[in-house]
Design a protein around this ligand. Structure first.
Ligand code: PMP
Ligand code: GLN
Length: 414
């Protein structure tokens, strides 16, 4: 084969012996990732923008976040440091996170060896899965499952074993959970409080999960980014606090959720030293570090008094109640929600014959001017996934939620 080309410095020609009979197209990129659809959050946010709909889809607060933390970030940006911080995170943030773990969960955490700062919960999850999974390992996932877990586990050669929660209470069946574990189980991913359904796992459920982790000698990757968004009467209990779990749990938090600053992408991990070292080996090649100015501001945030955390949850609880009441009055069947930014509604009363949850969400975005997220993309097998549930995000101003309810009311009546 003779290749002739023009480069900046002139004409060139290279002769190559034929490598293959015929090269007709580029080789395919990584098939696990390239076969993924664009995330449902991006799809619905784009549609909401296109139709100028109220976006109750993707989960982000509509405010700018606490002014004191934004001012602190500005100050730290001017003061510095602004060059690479230490790979494990700024000592101030790691210390503040260790204090947080003691204050809220009575966990004794050595900040130098048992904490790691990441670029958001997403990076922490990816680093944990990549750091733990070898080809052929099994990972237990609880459906509906957050979208980033499965592709990363599968790209590492892991095999996902799923257990489905049963609506309307999103109950976990003990027999089904037991059946998902085997000698090959390397880890279970537990998201509590749980996106998309707002479930907070009970002490009994967590005790069962912990017992299975110990019995099968496997790890738990605990996505607790909504740890402070839990409503009255309910308690968030980290799985790491259960007997036998300390050395096998990767516990993940996110400043995005705890301080209503989702764009900052600052996350943190607590794990036993040996386990954390395996996760840090991935972190050093994924992002290596996280902006130091934001880390220092988040360290200030973590030290906020109890009143801050209480108000964060109670404000959100009021929004949950407002949206639940509004949707129920229209005729939606709203499922229970104990935490997170999200509640689930059954669309059976309003969906057209054969209409999927995705099509329903697109229709109300376009025609009612309110965007929501379908639940079926949170399931691995679309054919057997439920298609009658959608997720509304309620971390919005009172007036925004009121207007969204008005629009849905007018649309469903019309
Ligand atoms: N896990 C869950 C369940 C989430 O909903 C999110 C949402 N953003 C994340 C992880 C990622 O957190 P972060 O924005 O800190 O990367
Ligand atoms: N976690 C957010 C949600 O569930 C979205 C984050 C993202 O867009 N990847 O809405």
């Amino acid at each position: 084969m003779f290749c002739l080309g023009i480069a900046r410095h002139g004409l060139y020609g290279i002769y190559l012996e034929p490598i293959d009979n015929e090269v007709t197209s580029l080789k395919s990129p990584n098939t696990i990732f390239s076969s993924q659809p664009t995330t449902i959050f991006t799809v619905m946010s784009a549609l909401a923008t296109e139709h100028q709909a109220i976006n109750l889809g993707q989960g982000f607060p509509d405010g700018e976040g606490p002014e004191d933390l934004r001012a602190a970030a500005a100050r730290y940006t001017l003061q510095g440091p602004n060059q690479y911080p230490p790979m494990g995170g700024m000592p101030a943030l790691r210390q503040a996170w260790a204090e947080h773990e003691k204050r809220f969960y009575d966990l004794d955490v050595a900040w130098q060896t048992e904490t790691l700062v990441t670029s958001g919960g997403t990076e922490a999850l990816t680093a944990a899965f990549m750091g733990l999974i070898n080809p052929g390992d099994e990972a237990v996932l609880i459906e509906p499952v957050y979208d980033s877990y499965r592709p990363v586990i599968e790209a590492m050669g892991g095999v996902c074993k799923t257990v489905r929660l049963h609506p309307p209470l999103w109950s976990l069946d003990e027999g089904e959970l037991r059946a998902a574990f085997s000698k090959k189980t390397k880890l279970i991913a537990v998201n509590s409080p749980m996106n998309p359904i707002g479930k907070v796992f009970t002490r009994e459920e967590l005790a069962l999960i912990a017992a299975l982790c110990v019995a099968y000698d496997c790890y738990a990757v605990c996505d607790e980014v909504y740890e402070h968004l839990v409503f009255s009467g309910v308690q968030h209990i980290p799985l790491i606090t259960f007997p036998g779990m300390e050395e096998r749990t990767v516990k993940i938090g996110s400043a995005g959720k705890s301080f209503s600053l989702t764009g900052w992408k600052v996350g943190y991990i607590t794990a036993a030293a040996e386990l954390l070292a395996a996760v840090a080996k991935v972190h050093q090649f994924l992002t290596f570090t996280t902006p130091p100015n934001l880390q220092l501001a988040v360290a200030d945030g973590l030290r906020k008094d109890d009143a801050y955390y209480e108000e964060l949850a109670s404000d959100l609880e009021a929004r949950r109640d407002q949206l639940t009441g509004g949707l129920a009055a229209i005729g939606f069947d709203v499922l229970p929600c104990d935490g997170t930014y999200f509640l689930t509604a059954d669309i059976a009363a309003f969906a057209r014959a054969g209409e999927s949850d995705l099509d329903f969400c697109k229709r109300i975005t376009r025609d009612a001017g309110v965007a929501a997220i379908p639940l079926s993309p949170f399931y691995g097998d679309p054919d057997t996934a439920p298609h009658n549930f959608i997720r509304f995000c309620f971390c919005k101003e009172e007036g925004v939620l009121a207007e969204a309810v008005e629009r849905l009311k007018a649309y469903t009546k019309g």
